[in-house]
Write a protein that binds this ligand. Sequence first.
Ligand SMILES: [Zn+2]
Length: 778
Amino acid sequence: MHIKQITKQLLTLLCLGLFTVTVHAQDNTNHNKFRQLYEELPTPNVYRTAAGAPGHKYYQQRADYDISVRLDDENQRIYGEETITYTNNSPDPLDYIWIQLEQNMRAQHSDTKKISTGSISDRMSFGRLERMHNDFDGGFKIDYVKDDKGKNLPHIVNNTMMRVDPPRAIKPGQSFSFKVKWWYNINDRMEIGGRSGYEYFEKDDNYLYTIAQFYPRMAVYNDVEGWQNKQFLGRGEFALPFGDFNVKITVPSDHLVSATGILQNKKEILPEAKRDLLKKAETAEDPVIIYSQDEAIEREKDKAADTKTWHFKAEDVRDFGFASSRKFIWDAMGVPFGDRVVMAMSFYPKEGNPLWEKYSTEVVAQTLRTYSRHTFDYPYPKAQSINAADIGMEYPMICFNYGRTNEDGTYSERTKYGMIGVIIHEVGHNFFPMIVNSDERQWTWMDEGLNTFLQYLTEQEWERDFPSRRGPAPSIVDYMKGDKDNIMPIMTNSESIYQFGNNAYGKPATALNILRETVMGRELFDYAFKQYAQRWKFKHPTPADFFRTMEDASAVDLDWFWRGWFFTTDHVDQAIDDVKWFRVNTQNPEVEKPLAEKQQEQAPENISTVRDDDMKMVSQTAVEREAELEDFYSNYDPFKVTVLDKQDYDQYLSNLDQEEKELLNAGYNYYEVTIRNDGGLVMPVILKFTYADGSTEVKRIPAEIWRLNDQEVSKVFYTRKELTNIALDPNLEIADTDRDDNYWPKREQPTRFELFKRQSRNSENKMQRARQAEEMDS
Ligand SMILES: [Zn+2]
């Protein structure tokens, strides 16, 4: 064909719109739900392998900190100085480095404030309007940035990020030390919120400080993002390199301090009796009270004027947090890991008791045990749970958890299980992302999802039928069947996610639980998940590293699963479309002819025949009237078994071998079951058969049954027994959003509806209410 002709034809096709049809057809082939994730995942390289492991040239940066801070309990301020030693292990010379200043989110002109949206409504709480008026003077006030010889370093602050320019590029393998001095106003957590801050107790005029993001921190530089210097807007959390911390914290002398790392000046800080109690706690079977509630109440009363400096050191942590208050009660218990003892500890005010002294430290210990079994032995020397109202927030070795009781010492079931759940969750964060150090600024699900999954396993190990909020498949159904305009794929940046909790916690946790119980099985899943944790502990994994490891270590192709659950907003909805029942025609006239006769007798009658018979409209047919119109066929009995029929049967049998003859006469029932996929997600098909004799059987079919047609599939099952009913997804494991169509025969299960009498009092009737009020006044 000539080129001009081709162009002309193409134009015609375009004009007719036919061209789009061709393109569409091509698109369809690309929409196969089992196609590999080559386009979605980055190409493997020397830093990260196709197997999901760190590559042979994998590197990561390091940041070591020397920090001194003073907590000003009079003005609620932090004053600090630090030396950061940054080591460049990358193959790239670095002309500048980025430092994170998260406190600047609370600065008066922060982007967080500028981009916050809002509206005024007819009814508003004072709190909401107060938050709009909030003029808290937050943010780091940087006094200086100097090199280790005391010379000022050029630097520029861009919102929550600060660029520091070293005198010359930091070459691969080189370290660079510099000093920063700063101070900031601590936020009132109860008034304006925040992951860290203070809580004020009016009754005894005391403060409880939970302090984090309190020092300028190095950003991550790596092979994936370059510098991860995406601004901190408040939701997408943190990306931090590992390092050693040497931290001195000066507080009022009657405060107790809990922090990341090991206390270095125990002898200076703690009386001998308290040190002995801590020693005793190491091998105790139950938590040992180090500082009691009575002691805490005493300290609350007389406030010391002098200060003490607590000195902590921590190795290979990505961050540092601490808590300080004169209200703290302190208990501790050792948790053995081989020949090591990890200290599980809790710090809480009397407002948390009696709930906290009973549960907190025990829950910390159980969390370390369960998580370690699924990942690696908890490597740090301690894990602490701090009581802080209305929050759950994690840092290495320390976390802040809610759970307060009524003054009479009672508490609701919701408070109890909420508190246990949040402690498990926040202590669990030590594993993800504190040790398996993913980039939270980019992907919330990588730590929250994996952590919520293990939280669920831990809750179920803590107490049988623990009321877990997230994890089991049915708990995510309402979210997944919701309005798709209000749902984002899990693989969405932290700042842009709708329905944060469902998206980044609930759905990935459920997905992992389904992988474990339904798609892979516990043995394959647990090995692969552990492999991921082991490969990436004390390193920086990405989503692809997780997806690839889970496949590589299990020989289960999971691209369809990641694609459906993590890259789309599709939901699961399977249905039993049809069930057909077959039996083999034996060809034996003595069996088949009587059956056929019975069938004909039972066949429904045509309406005209019925009416003609009933109303005798045709009293006699022509043939009935005139006998000579009859012939052979008039009285032929097709169901009569003849010698010739038997001969034919013998002939048929003589052509069959033994195996074929057995199959012919085995008496199997064949059921052709048609399953519809009404949702978008392909999932395994799980069918529970109930037979006429009352016995049951579960058939588990891998998701690949949908590989050629993801809308509808048929499958034949054979059995000597007769089926009475089939249930699809009998144990609620695939998050099916509509279960009404999961039964054959369709299940008649009445939904109970409520009847009520109309209440005579109508609070909406303003006139009536005004009259009533008038009567009551007079
Ligand atoms: Zn979390």
